[in-house]
Design a protein around this ligand. Structure first.
Ligand code: SF4
Ligand code: SF4
Length: 171
């Protein structure tokens, strides 16, 4: 007999499928970021989880160091926010990307981030789920933070620099 969890998962899959049906063909190549539908905007996210990592910024040079130290709400086992709906309440510093905020925030996102790439006039990478048609392709390509983070709850801020993001993860 199907459990409540199975039913919820099925509904989620159905919702994701219906959302996909509304995407225009290769919209990421033809539609400006500010003119995408909500479903298209959401579909751009590759699920890498890197925007949930803490960064250290050199005050003098502005240089950013990405660390593997993740936000307290990040679930390392699923590579997702554990409470996406209430994230802004629970983590006020959580950045919400919109076409309007991209100009200001893009530099703060990882090089691989689809929003940053399109904002800078670059193409989506070959492993992006919209290119591969496989929703797990970011994980398969080793790009995502699945199973690679430590929680900020287990470390003092002074120790963050001991957990730099590896070069490969930023490619
Ligand atoms: S870094 Fe960009 S592509 Fe990756 S999870 Fe965050 S918003 Fe999505
Ligand atoms: S609140 Fe959620 S979406 Fe925001 S940084 Fe933390 S884990 Fe990521």
């Amino acid at each position: 007999m199907a459990s409540d969890t199975d039913f919820t998962l099925s509904l989620r899959r159905l919702a994701a499928y219906l959302a996909c049906m509304t995407l225009r063909a290769k919209f990421w190549e033809t539609v400006p970021l500010g003119q995408m539908t909500e479903a298209e905007w959401e579909a751009l996210c590759d699920g890498c989880g890197k925007c949930c990592l803490n960064k250290l910024e050199d005050i003098d040079t502005g240089e950013l160091l990405f660390t593997r130290v993740a936000c307290r709400l990040f679930d390392d086992a699923t590579c997702r926010c554990s409470n996406y709906a209430e994230r802004k309440t629970l983590v006020p510093e959580c950045v919400v990307l919109t076409p309007e905020t991209l100009d200001e925030i893009a530099y703060w996102m990882p090089e691989t981030c689809a929003y940053r790439r399109l904002h800078e006039g670059r193409a989506l990478p070959r492993w992006h789920p919209l290119i591969t048609g496989d929703c797990h392709s970011t994980h398969r390509a080793g790009i995502s933070m699945l199973g690679k983070t430590v929680s900020e709850q287990s470390l003092d801020v002074e120790a963050w620099e001991d957990y730099p993001l590896e070069e490969h993860d930023q490619s």
